[in-house]
Design a protein around this ligand. Sequence first.
Ligand code: PEP
Length: 255
Amino acid sequence: MDRRALVGGNWKMHLDAATAAALGRDIAASAASVAARIDMAIFPPYPYLGAVVEAIQGRIAVGGQDVAAEAEGAFTGQVSASMLRDCGCTTTLVGHSERRHGLGETNQLLARKVRQAIDGRLRVLLCVGETLEDREAGQTREVVLGQLEGSLEGISTDDMAMVDLAYEPIWAIGTGRTAGPAEAQEVHEVLRSAVGVRYDARSAARIRIVYGGSVKPSNVADLMACEDVDGALVGGASLQAGSFIEIARATAGLE
Ligand code: PEP
């Protein structure tokens, strides 16, 4: 099965209102030829979603960096799936390592977020990844499989049509260190076959598994050449339209 590649830009807690809108406009201006070949998405900070959605003009997807585990109610500071949809989002990150490890979000909580996103008609880019300690202890496989299983608790085969995965080794995020193509491919293959065992062969063939961790224009081509790498989740290099588009173009085979 041919999988359409996906390149996402995670803006984290960077930029201000003016620079976020300008970055959205710059990306929209160059995205057309690339977005015809691959899916692209950007994940701006919540307060700038409306302005960025307007700037992007539907050329690529805009998503939340997170989503609440509940549909509505007394949850101060949280943003629900329907609120994200109202702002023009069609997708959301769930389980980024800065939330799993930085904020202590558990697999159980993340499974509820995945449920809410799907029920709210948002695609999910579910992130998994091991720490350097896990990797050095030979635990990479166990850790990512545990995250995958736990975060997909209660998610059905039909639901999986709304889910993409991001493998993001924590030691490679924002550090300038990238997993080599062979290291990335090994984990992506593990994840894909786990989806096959948990769901079915069709889900395994269909699910997109993108790589994240210091992806740059200089290393993207080698990563994308891997059979099970279906795109990239980009942090630092997504804050400049030039480097983000260059990564997307290389992923689309336009270089
Ligand atoms: C990320 O935030 O998901 C990420 C991969 O960041 P960076 O590209 O900066 O390592």
